[in-house]
Design a protein around this ligand. Structure first.
Ligand code: DX5
Ligand code: ZN
Length: 213
């Protein structure tokens, strides 16, 4: 299991310190939640702050866009050379085109599914993405409770993934911690995002280790 702590739960007054700390503690990716106040009812950070995160990070960035007008934001963040940019299928008229565009920028593209969106929605995109991010809470805020029906969706997605593109990673985001990580691993999750769980503990190294199963 790869571990991607979400900096949404970091101390924004000491952001560089916290980003360095999770990298030193052994995370695999730094998950960055970009919200525009339109697609979701919350507003987070733009390229100025994300470039400070990129400068502090010694691990690759995993940028999760929760925005309207995805292409505008892809162009804003591409110069920071993230490993992944993921965007929501619900907010994109031409997801296939945007996936090709992200890849043309030498960034690995991923697609995100809200809790109500079926796994089958990505069937004809799976061959072109490097990651599918399954939301296990409604996007917008950290610290929410895991939605249990998402387990079945991951099982369906895994069947499609194994058939169409076994190299594509399945990432889960929302309400993840040591209490459900084993179940998530068992159904085929490859990458976990964890915000409040990791940053809520004093020892980041132990927190990350408990998710790396
Ligand atoms: C929610 C974000 C998540 C969030 C996860 O919209 O996409 O990345 O930070 O927070 P936890 O792990 O606390 O549920
Ligand atoms: Zn996220």
């Amino acid at each position: 299991m790869l571990v991607a702590p979400s900096v949404l739960s970091a101390d924004f007054g000491n952001l560089a310190r916290d980003v360095r700390a999770i990298c030193d503690a052994g995370c695999d990716l730094v998950h960055v939640d970009v919200m525009d106040g339109h697609f979701v009812p919350n507003l987070t950070i733009g390229p100025v702050v994300v470039s400070a995160i990129a400068a502090a990070a010694t691990k690759p960035l995993d940028i999760h866009l929760m925005v309207e007008n995805n292409t505008f934001f892809v162009d804003l963040f591409a110069p920071l050379k993230p490993e992944f940019i993921t965007f929501h299928i619900e907010e994109e008229k031409h997801p296939h085109r945007l996936i090709q565009y992200i890849r043309s920028l030498r960034i690995r593209p991923g697609i995100v599914l809200n809790p109500h969106t079926p796994a089958e929605a990505v069937e004809y995109l799976l061959g072109d993405v490097d990651m599918v991010l399954v939301m296990s809470v409604n996007p917008g805020f950290g610290g929410q409770k895991f939605i249990p029906t998402i387990i079945e969706k991951i099982q369906r997605l895994k069947v499609l993934r194994d058939r169409i593109n076994p190299d594509c990673l399945i990432e889960i985001d929302g309400g993840v911690g040591s209490s459900n990580i084993h179940e998530l691993k068992d159904v085929g999750v490859d990458v976990c995002v964890a915000g409040s769980y990791v940053f809520g503990q004093e020892d980041y190294k132990a927190a990350i280790k408990s998710l790396k199963i």
